[in-house]
Each structure stands twice: as structure tokens, then as C-alpha cells.
Write a protein that binds this ligand. Structure first.
Ligand SMILES: [Zn+2]
Ligand SMILES: [Zn+2]
Length: 408
């Protein structure tokens, strides 16, 4: 078996992995690093199938480039397939708004859907002599670990979360001889999720009881819905705004992926979806606003912050990873935001709550142990060395982009 990374080996983002099994080449993911402008992986190659782990842009953001000529068969869970289109079309919109080079267009996205094969977790398919199975990766709804089996076997986790959250059940380990695993949080552990949730709820109550508003900038996919599930039973008015509302409706209409569809439905019914400018301007009775974008680059979130920017009773609570160079990162590090071209220092309270959907260090080690692999290939991390000492029982490989290697 030969493996080559087109991106995402020694970095977080732009993942693209080609597995060469008995002469057939299967690619997993083809994403970008969502910087300004986005960083693309190495160019497309001749492949026999394309597999999506999940619909975050660092895994799908370059994929339509494969569909400009002949295209290739593409495989995803139904949830991933349903959420991929709006994410890609939104990235096309942002590319054009920001004036970056267009690498693909909406037609390429549509071509991709003519070659889309949708699978359920545990449903096996055979390509040539290889049996391929998707399993839940616990990261966001629809996220997938792909296992490939012929005379040898390999599993690719994609982004991985092994604990249960309010929205999803954690990923379960699978026995495999070769394991390609993400390592975003190598060397770091998270605070217990339930503790974080409790602290967030307490702080929100405090702010609202003192007459303030809480803005929760949120990623459209997964995070907004987990926040809804985590907060809906508070005795306050909650509104959601931005592309996350579209993703919420896809989650409601794609059964079979959430921990409890019934509870999700109940939670969504309790929050108010903001539709259109008029409604957005009349939110006086709302206490908590969950809105995209999660890194405060565009989206309605910034508009809400602008409204309360000089109110020290109000708060901005961040819950997601902030990429370097984004407004959100600047807010966290320097306490400033760029609002319509002006540098502003909000008087609002700014705090961070770690609700990462990536397994922390100890959970990664435990997951690897439970998969009982011989070879462990670490990717999707820029601190991979931090976990190597804890993997002494395995043959650990740290690949680099563009450098093909063989597994014996
Ligand atoms: Zn992800
Ligand atoms: Zn990722």
C-alpha cells in the first residue's frame, strides 16, 4: 500500500490523502486552509474514487476541481452530501466578494452531484477488490471514518471526536492494521464538555440577569446546533441567524445522524430563526443570539456585536477555534475587531469556552490503542511530535505533503 498527502499532513486543514491499494487510487478529502486568501492543496491527480469525511471546508473546499473535466465517483454519507453543497456555494460567494482567484464555480459543484453516491454508516460497498465502509467519526453530523479492506486494511478517521456531546454520539474505535488519524490537539487536553456547558450557561444567565445581551458567534455546521441543544432550556429568549439556520433545516430533514432527533426538534422549536433584515432590526426582546460567522469574518454576528459594542453589560462568548488573521482571533488576542473597515475595541465582555469537536490528546491515545493498529499515520496537526512518545508500541509515521511512502 502506498500513501500520499496532497495537503494536511503536517498542518491543520487542506486535507487530501491518496491511498494506492493494489494499483487503484482512492482519495479521501480535498480541502483548503480557510485563510485569506484560502490555501489550496497540491493539484488533482488521476484517481479511481473520491471519499468525503465531512463537509467542513478544510476537507471539501477544493473538491469541485475534480469535476471540471470528466470527474470521478464520489462517496459520502447522505448528511455529508446534503451539507456539502451549501458550504461550497458559500465559499464561492466569499471568494467572489473578497476578489480571490476562482478555482471552480457552481457548475463544477453541480457536476460533482451527478457523480455522488450516498451511503449510510455501516453500509459496505465494493470497488474492484476493495470493500469500503463508512463509520461515524463523532465530529459533526454525517462525519465519517472510512475503512478500506482488501489483502490489507486501513482506516482514515478524518476529524475525530470520541466523547458524546448533546448533539452527537462519540466515534467508536475499529480494529485496523493501519490507521490514519488526525492530531489537531496532540499535546493538549480539553476541559470536560459538561463542565464547559455548565460554565457557559452560568455566565449567560449572569449577563442576561444584569440586563445584557449575549452574542455567540458560531460556525454554521455542528456548533450552532450543539449550542441550541445546550442552551434551549434556559429561561431566556434565544435567536439564531445566518447560514447555520439552513444547516439546521438540513439536519432536521436528514434522519439517522443525530443522538436524539426528537430532542433536537424540540430544541429548535424553542429558538427563533431570524429571517431577513426587518426581523434582524427588531430583536429587542431577544437575550441570546447565536449567529454565523464563527470567526467573525462577515455574517450577521458582526452586525449584532456592532449594536451592543459599547455596552459593558453585554458579552461575546466565543466557542470555536479561531484561525490566524481572522477577526475572531484578533478579538481573542488583542481585544479588537474590524467592523466595516474601522478598528474597534468592544466594551463588551469577551470570553472563550472550549467546545472543540476534535479529540484531545488522551482521547486520541486511547482511541489508537483501542483500534489495535500496527502502523499509525498522524496527520491534520501542526504539533504531531507531542503525541509520539505516548505511542511507543506502534510504528508511527509522520508524513509530509507531496511525499509518497509505502506501508509494508
Ligand atoms: Zn472538521
Ligand atoms: Zn479538519
Amino acid at each position: 500500500m502506498k500513501i500520499k498527502f496532497l495537503g494536511g499532513a503536517e498542518e491543520v486543514g487542506r486535507l487530501g490523502i491518496i491511498i494506492d491499494m493494489e494499483g487503484k487510487k482512492y482519495q479521501i478529502d480535498y480541502g483548503v486552509i480557510p485563510e485569506k486568501p484560502p490555501l489550496f492543496p497540491m493539484p488533482p491527480e488521476e484517481i479511481d474514487g473520491l471519499f468525503i469525511t465531512h463537509s467542513h471546508l478544510d476537507h471539501i473546499g477544493a473538491m469541485p476541481m475534480y469535476f471540471q473535466d470528466e470527474g470521478v465517483d464520489v462517496f459520502a454519507t447522505e448528511m455529508t452530501a446534503n451539507t456539502t453543497r451549501p458550504m461550497l456555494n458559500d465559499s464561492i460567494k466569499v471568494t467572489s466578494l473578497e476578489g480571490y482567484v476562482e478555482r471552480f464555480n457552481r457548475e463544477d459543484v453541480e457536476s460533482m452531484y451527478t457523480m455522488m453516491n450516498m451511503l449510510r454508516y455501516g453500509e459496505k460497498i465494493s470497488l474492484d477488490d476493495t470493500v469500503i465502509t463508512p463509520y461515524s467519526a463523532g465530529h459533526i453530523p454525517g462525519s465519517t471514518m472510512w475503512k478500506f479492506e482488501n489483502s490489507d486494511e486501513i482506516m482514515i478517521t478524518g476529524d475525530l471526536y470520541t466523547r458524546d456531546s448533546k448533539l452527537l454520539s462519540g466515534a467508536k474505535p475499529r480494529k485496523t492494521r493501519n490507521l490514519i488519524i488526525e492530531s489537531t490537539y496532540a499535546g493538549k487536553n480539553h476541559e470536560e464538555r459538561e463542565e464547559v456547558r455548565k460554565r457557559l450557561r452560568d455566565r449567560i444567565s449572569e449577563v442576561v440577569e444584569h440586563g445584557g445581551k449575549v452574542v455567540l458567534p458560531s460556525f454554521a455546521m455542528g456548533r450552532m446546533q450543539e449550542l441550541i441543544m445546550s442552551l434551549y432550556d434556559l429561561p431566556y429568549k434565544i435567536a439564531t441567524d445566518g447560514m447555520g439556520n439552513l444547516i439546521t433545516s438540513i439536519y432536521l430533514n436528514t434522519p439517522g445522524y443525530l443522538r436524539s432527533e426528537k430532542e433536537f426538534r424540540k430544541a429548535v422549536a424553542r429558538v427563533k430563526e431570524v429571517r431577513g433584515r426587518k426581523m434582524r432590526e427588531h430583536m429587542e426582546d431577544v437575550d441570546i443570539i447565536i449567529s454565523t460567522s464563527g470567526m467573525l469574518d462577515g455574517g450577521p454576528a458582526l452586525g449584532y456585536i456592532e449594536k451592543y459594542v459599547h455596552d459593558p453589560k453585554s458579552a461575546i462568548f466565543m466557542t470555536g477555534y479561531q484561525v490566524e488573521g481572522t477577526n475572531g482571533r484578533n478579538l481573542m488576542e488583542k481585544g479588537t475587531l474590524n467592523i466595516s473597515g474601522a478598528e474597534v475595541k468592544p466594551d463588551m465582555q469577551v470570553e472563550f469556552f472550549d467546545m472543540s469537536a476534535h479529540a484531545g490528546h488522551d482521547d486520541l491515545v486511547q482511541f489508537i490503542r483501542d483500534c489495535q493498529p500496527e502502523n499509525v499515520i498522524l496527520c491534520h496537526g501542526d504539533q504531531r511530535e507531542a503525541i509520539v512518545d505516548d505511542l511507543a508500541n506502534y510504528n508511527v509515521i509522520l508524513p509530509f505533503n507531496g511525499k509518497e511512502f509505502k506501508i509494508e
